[in-house]
Write a protein that binds this ligand. Structure first.
Ligand code: NAD
Length: 507
């Protein structure tokens, strides 16, 4: 670790306060802060034998944990929530140092973890099945939800801790052990969460060994979990490229996959839109988290009638937004995760220019003391047609803007991409908003009205269609993804009437 680097020093102090002993991790993969590019820690990859041991331990933990009453399992998650509350400032700050989010977003991510813990505690008393009418006399039918088994959680760098908790809080109350393979770009926050969970486990008492495990490492660690038949559910968050591999491998062994993959999210601005509100929502949706959210706004369809009122205003916001070191006050756009992300952004902008686009922003920004980091001014790219890079997710702050004349065409354009995560419409016309939300409207898993595409709450089911993977996490009935459904018919009579009136008289 570079002793003289203040970010490395702060990360070390935070890790110490959070109870992470960096010593055992020494000698492993270097972890760099995207803020300065400096090394802030080393984390060893998990070796094949340790992965095998972890899966075996989780399988043993399952045999115990599934027998613990669900509300009691909820008590463990409640304690995890308490530990997160106590550590919110430190963990949020570590998120900022490790992935470069501005501090309010770093802390917001931890708040999301707390929220899902609260949600899961209530859920632990509501894992309800149905009682169903039987067609046979003196019979009843019912449905029960039982724990599914070991859940592997593979996460992306951009929500290094929240996505774990969306899965783990539900999985734990559902009766499942969790093995977490964090992003290789953000293992320090994962180690910090591991210590908080361990504290909660110590307070709870009697948590089976191996109930929650964190296995830092790269693709290979994830791939071992994906291929192992003892892992009942693989919840994988990341690129569509990753999901295409993971989904097929889990399907090949008839496991269950929850896939949360890339998005290419769009908003439609109609003639009746409140433009003041739209400008704020678009700015946050497209530039927040430096364009590195799966729900980041990437495409904007603006009606002819408001194009000239809206787009120059947006261009002004883009030109004025403060890009820089997220540790400094007033900065709204921090760094990209690494140089490769910056290169992908430059390539996409060059491709758009070659197609005749008008580009505002997108250039590299020099930030004092951060020469080895990658800072870019967000880009507003006016496109005459939806072609080329506009059809793809570039994980950087590029907003493609396109005019439209009628809503049906705008909705068709919005849906004409491979991904189906998040979408929104800005309109005060009920016919337009209801059309957008109808079966012939947006084809995305998330469709909002008069707000942006990003910033989902934990109470709703989160996820998207098509190449976004089809998985759902977090609220609503997403918990069913972590359980298996059992349908039971019970005969309390003395006869054996067969279903559908079938006769089978053997005497
Ligand atoms: P990534 O696909 O490079 O990596 C994600 C995770 O998958 C990492 O932990 C990685 O080690 C693992 N992985 C990669 N290949 C694997 C394999 N073959 N087997 C098992 N594990 C494998 O993604 P990233 O760059 O970290 O994150 C950015 C991407 O994630 C974007 O596309 C973004 O849209 C997406 N994302 C989606 C959601 C969502 O909820 N839909 C949320 C956050 C991020």
């Amino acid at each position: 670790m570079t002793k003289e680097c203040p970010i490395a020093q702060e990360a070390a102090a935070l890790l110490a306060r959070l109870g992470v002993d960096p010593a055992p991790e020494a000698g492993g993969r270097a972890v760099r802060s995207p803020i300065s590019g400096s090394v802030i820690g080393h984390v060893a990859d998990t070796g094949p034998e340790a992965v095998e041991n972890a899966i075996a331990a989780a399988a043993r933990a399952f045999a115990e944990w599934r027998r613990v009453p669900a509300p009691r399992r909820g008590e463990f998650v409640r304690l995890i929530g308490e530990e997160l509350r106590a550590a919110k400032a430190d963990l949020g700050r570590l998120v900022t140092l490790e992935v470069g989010k501005v501090p309010s977003e770093g802390e917001g991510e931890v708040q999301e973890m707390i929220d899902i813990c609260d949600y899961a505690v209530g859920l632990s008393r509501q894992l309800q099945g149905l009682a169903l009418p039987s067609e046979r006399p003196d019979h009843r039918m019912m449905e029960q939800w039982h724990p599914a088994g070991v859940v592997a959680v593979i996460t992306a760098f951009n929500f290094p801790v929240a996505v774990f908790s969306w899965n783990a809080a539900l999985a734990l109350v559902c009766g499942d052990p969790v093995i977490w393979k964090p992003s290789e770009k953000a293992p320090l926050t994962a180690l910090a969460v591991r210590t908080l969970v361990a504290r909660a486990a110590a307070r709870f008492g009697g948590v089976p060994a191996g109930l929650v495990q964190v296995l830092p490492g790269g693709h290979d660690v994830g791939a071992t979990l994906v291929d192992d038949g003892r892992v009942a559910v693989v919840s994988a968050t990341g690129s569509t490229r990753m999901g295409r591999v993971v989904g097929q491998r889990v399907a090949a062994r008839f496991g269950r996959a929850i896939l949360e993959l890339g998005g290419n999210n769009a908003s439609i601005v109609t003639p009746s839109a409140d433009l003041d509100l739209a400008v704020r929502a678009i700015a946050f949706g497209a530039m927040g988290t430096a364009g590195q959210r799966c729900t980041t706004l990437r495409r904007l369809f603006v009606h002819d009638a408001v194009y000239d009122a809206l787009v120059p205003r947006l261009a002004k916001v883009y030109a004025g937004v403060t890009v820089g070191n997220p540790l400094e006050d007033g900065v709204l756009v921090g760094p990209l995760i690494d140089e490769a992300a910056g290169e992908a952004m430059s390539l996409a902008i060059a491709a758009a220019r070659a197609l005749g686009a008008t580009v505002t922003g997108g250039e590299a920004v020099d930030v004092d003391g951060c020469a080895e980091a990658c800072y870019r001014r967000p880009a507003l790219v006016e496109m005459a047609e939806q072609v080329g890079p506009m059809l793809e997710e570039t994980f950087a702050p590029i907003l493609y803007v396109h005019r439209y004349h009628d809503l049906d065409t705008a909705i068709a354009l919005q849906n004409a991409v491979a991904q189906g995560l998040s979408s929104s419409i800005f309109s005060n016309d009920l016919r337009e908003t209801e059309t957008f939300l109808s079966a012939s409207g947006s084809d995305c898993g998330i469709a909002n009205v008069n707000m942006g595409t990003s910033g989902a709450e934990i109470g709703g089911a989160f996820g998207g269609e098509k190449e976004t993977g089809g998985g759902r996490e977090s609220g609503s009935d997403a918990w069913k993804g972590y359980m298996r459904r059992m349908t039971s018919a019970i005969n309390y009579g003395r006869d054996l009437p067969l279903a559908q009136g079938v006769r089978f008289d053997i005497d």
